[in-house]
Design a protein around this ligand. Structure first.
Ligand SMILES: Cc1ncc(COP(=O)(O)O)c(C=O)c1O
Length: 292
């Protein structure tokens, strides 16, 4: 049950432990949501682009994904998501792979007008302004679920640990269906230790944000179009008269530099680049210079 970790999370976030469930990464909790809170034949509204797992898992459970495109600047349109009348809406805030935030009042307006389940995946929240989080709204809205993970700012992705916060009723339903031993003791201890050293988390987050801003400015100077990001990655398009994103991806792979390329309609001219250390980013910039 991850009791000790849930108690620590409860103290850090000021939320009763009975409203928290831990999982084998937040991806286990996404699966659990579909398994327990939705039924085969239900629809789920998902913005596009976003984290691919929402749609993949929906299909696995016979839930129909209703994809709602973001606007020209990749902003999520909460009104159009609500108009789908789907049984649930899943939003990543900030969104992936764009790095764009949605403001909390806009999510609250959605909660006030839409009765289905609203899932807000705050995987990258630690890099973003705290004010965009809606975790404090779970006391007010019974149909809100907030997902968090230790995989990003806490750098524990290999340990596989995440958590969800919601009403006691929803958490109880998810706990019942959860794989009994899904979260290992080592992962729990690592998560507890990381919560005990928030100064270090804040330090690394601030370092990564500084490196991101410096890296984004340099890409912009080189003629790239960088989508403004509040996360630890940037989505950016290389100059249209140079080497294509697809070709850059392949050439970087040969140099053992791993960035993401999505061969999808609105993303195929861009790369999603995770921010590492200053040295990592300099190595990437040097490789881009070599490739031309
Ligand atoms: C938006 C988003 N949510 C959830 C996850 C899954 O994270 P976890 O490692 O907690 O399963 C990811 C991982 O890439 C992600 O990008």
């Amino acid at each position: 049950m991850c009791d000790k970790l849930r108690r620590k999370l409860s103290a850090v976030h000021g939320i009763p432990a009975s409203r928290i469930i831990c999982g084998n990464g937040s991806s286990e909790l996404i699966t659990l949501l579909y398994k327990t809170l939705l039924r085969e034949g239900d629809a789920v509204a998902i913005p596009d682009p976003t984290f691919g797992l929402y749609e993949t898992v929906a299909r696995t459970f016979g839930v129909e994904p209703v994809v709602v495109p973001t606007d020209d600047e990749y902003r999520i349109d909460t009104r159009r998501l609500a108009e789908t009348n789907a049984a649930a809406i899943i939003i990543a805030n900030p969104n992936a792979p764009t790095g764009i935030p949605l403001q909390a009042p806009e999510i609250e307006r959605l909660l006030q007008t839409y009765n289905g389940l609203v899932v807000v995946d705050e995987a990258y929240i630690d890099f973003a302004p705290e004010s965009i989080s809606v975790m404090n709204l779970i006391e007010t809205y019974e149909h809100l679920i907030v997902l968090r993970t230790f995989s990003k700012a806490y750098a524990l992705c290999g340990a596989r640990i995440g958590f969800a916060v919601a009403s006691e009723r929803l958490i109880r339903a998810m706990q019942k269906a959860r794989e009994t031993f899904s979260v290992g003791a080592v992962a729990q201890l690592a998560a507890e230790a990381s919560l005990a050293d928030m100064d270090y988390v804040k330090f690394t987050v601030s370092r990564i944000s500084q490196t991101r801003d410096r890296f984004a400015a340099e890409l912009t100077r080189r003629g790239w179009r960088v989508i403004p990001s509040v996360t630890n990655f940037v989505l950016a398009a290389p100059p249209s008269d140079g080497v294509s994103a697809k070709e850059l991806y392949a050439r970087l792979l040969q140099e053992h530099i791993y960035v993401r390329y999505f061969d999808l309609p609105r993303l195929s001219d861009k790369l999603r680049i995770s921010i590492g250390t200053d040295e990592d980013m300099d190595a990437l910039l040097a490789a881009l210079t070599r490739i031309g």
